[in-house]
Write a protein that binds this ligand. Structure first.
Ligand SMILES: NC(=O)c1ccc[n+]([C@@H]2O[C@H](COP(=O)([O-])OP(=O)(O)OC[C@H]3O[C@@H](n4cnc5c(N)ncnc54)[C@H](OP(=O)(O)O)[C@@H]3O)[C@@H](O)[C@H]2O)c1
Length: 345
C-alpha cells in the first residue's frame, strides 16, 4: 500500500482509498493510505473517531463491479466497512460529545456521520465501552447470526443443524445460538485447529475439516438422520454436499456464498437443488441489513448470552490501517478464527 501525506494545519484523518478494482485477493497496490484534513462540519454532521473497524465478507463485494447489496465503492473512495467509535466534534443534535456510535464508515480514523440510516447510537459516553465485543457479537455480526438462525431457520430443540464457515465470525455465533436453542450442531470449517475449537471450546457435536476430509462421508456419520437446518455461509461444493443430506422438511438458510466472492463469473446454481423437491424442504436467503433498526434490540439478547457465558467470541485483531489489506484477505484464506477487526487507538 502506498502512503501519501498532505501537509495541513487543520486536524487530519487517515484513510485507505480504492485505486483499482481487485482481481481475486486485494493487493496493496489496489489501495492507497492517505492523510487529509478532516472536512469542516456542516450543520447536522458530527465527527466519529473510530476505535474498531469490523471486517466482513461484504467489504470485498463492495470493491467489485457491484455484486454486493450496496453500490460498489467508487475508485478514489474510502473502502467501506462497519465502524464504531466516539463522537469528537458535533453539529448534530442527535449526537453529544463522547457518544458511542456505530456506522457504515470505512477504513479511516475518522468518519463524518449525520442523523442517517446507517448510524446508530450505541451508548452515551462510557470510558469502558467494549468496542471489540460490539463488533464481534452485539452488532451486525451477531445480529446476522441471530436473524438467520432464530428467525429464518426457526431452529428448534432436537434439530440437527449444520453451519458452514463455522470457525468464522457469523458462523461461530450462529452455531452457538443453535446449541443454546437445544439443537445438535455440526460445524464445517477449514483446518483441524478450527475444528478442535468448535468441538472442545464451543461444545459442538461434531466438526468437519472440509480442507482435509470427505464432507459427504463425514456428514453421513455425523448427521445419520439427515440435516434439519443448514446455515450456509459458503455456497459452492459445500452447499451441494449438504443438500445431498437434508432431512424431510429441512430449512436451508442462505447467509452468504464466500466461496465465489472473488470470482468474476456468477456462480452456477447448486446441482443438488432437486433435493428440495424430494424432501419438501425450503431454501431461503436473507439480508440482516434489512433489519438494521432491530439490531439494538437483538444486540441486547446477544449481550446477555455473552455475559452469562453462553456465547464465546474469538477475534483476530490487526493493528492500524497499514494492516487493512491483510485483514481483509485473511477472510478469504481462512487465516481467521472468529471476527476480524482492525483496532485504531
Ligand atoms: N446475509 C447477511 O445479511 C450477511 C451479513 C453478514 C455476513 N454475511 C455472510 O456471512 C458469511 C461469513 O461472513 P463473516 O464476515 O462472518 O466472515 P468469516 O466467517 O469470519 O470469514 C469468512 C470465512 O469463510 C471461510 N471461507 C473463505 N473462503 C472459503 C471457501 N472458498 N470455501 C469455504 N470456506 C471459505 C474461511 O474459513 P475456513 O477456514 O473455514 O475456510 C473464512 O474464515 C459470508 O458469506 C458473508 O457474506 C451475510
Amino acid at each position: 500500500m502506498t502512503e501519501q501525506n498532505q501537509p495541513s494545519a487543520s486536524p487530519t484523518r487517515r484513510r485507505v482509498l480504492l485505486r483499482s478494482r481487485p482481481d481475486g485477493l486485494l493487493k496493496g497496490s489496489d489501495v492507497e493510505l492517505v492523510s487529509e484534513p478532516i472536512p469542516e462540519l456542516a450543520e447536522g454532521e458530527a465527527v466519529l473517531r473510530n476505535e474498531v473497524l469490523g471486517i466482513d465478507a461484504s467489504v470485498r463485494s463492495w470493491l467489485g463491479q457491484g455484486s454486493g447489496y450496496l453500490p460498489p465503492v467508487e475508485i478514489g473512495g474510502v473502502v467501506a466497512c462497519a465502524t464504531i467509535g466516539r463522537v469528537v466534534a458535533t453539529r448534530c443534535e442527535r449526537y453529544g460529545l463522547g457518544d458511542i456510535v456505530t456506522t457504515l464508515g470505512g477504513w479511516e480514523t475518522h468518519s463524518i456521520i449525520s442523523d442517517d440510516f446507517f448510524s446508530t447510537d450505541v451508548s452515551g459516553p462510557d470510558p469502558d465501552y467494549d468496542f471489540v465485543a460490539f463488533q464481534a457479537l452485539y452488532g451486525s455480526t451477531g445480529c446476522t447470526a441471530y436473524i438467520g438462525m432464530v428467525e429464518v431457520a426457526a431452529v428448534a430443540e432436537g434439530d440437527t443443524v449444520v453451519v458452514s464457515a463455522a470457525g468464522g465470525a457469523t458462523g461461530s455465533v450462529a452455531a452457538q445460538i443453535a446449541k443454546l436453542k437445544g439443537a445438535r450442531v455440526v460445524g464445517i470449517a477449514g483446518g483441524e485447529d478450527k475444528c478442535t475449537w468448535l468441538r472442545d471450546e464451543l461444545g459442538l457435536a461434531g466438526a468437519i475439516n472440509y480442507r482435509g476430509e470427505d464432507v459427504k462421508a463425514r456428514l453421513k456419520e455425523l448427521a445419520p438422520g439427515g440435516v434439519d437446518v443448514f446455515f450456509d455461509n459458503v455456497g459452492g461444493d459445500i452447499l451441494n454436499d449438504v443438500l445431498a443430506r437434508i432431512a424431510p422438511g429441512a430449512r436451508v438458510v442462505l447467509c452468504g456464498h464466500i466461496a465465489t466472492y472473488t470470482e468474476d463469473e456468477p456462480s452456477p446454481g447448486p446441482a443438488n437443488y432437486v433435493q428440495l423437491i424430494q424432501k419438501g424442504a425450503t431454501m431461503t436467503g436473507f439480508l440482516a441489513f434489512n433489519e438494521i433498526a432491530r439490531f439494538p434490540e437483538i444486540g441486547k439478547q446477544l449481550k446477555s448470552w455473552h455475559e452469562a457465558g453462553d456465547i464465546t467470541v474469538r477475534v483476530e485483531r490487526f493493528d492500524g490501517l497499514e494492516n487493512s489489506v491483510d485483514a481483509l484477505n485473511a477472510m478469504f484464506t481462512g487465516a481467521n478464527t472468529g471476527k476480524i477487526l482492525i483496532t485504531l487507538q
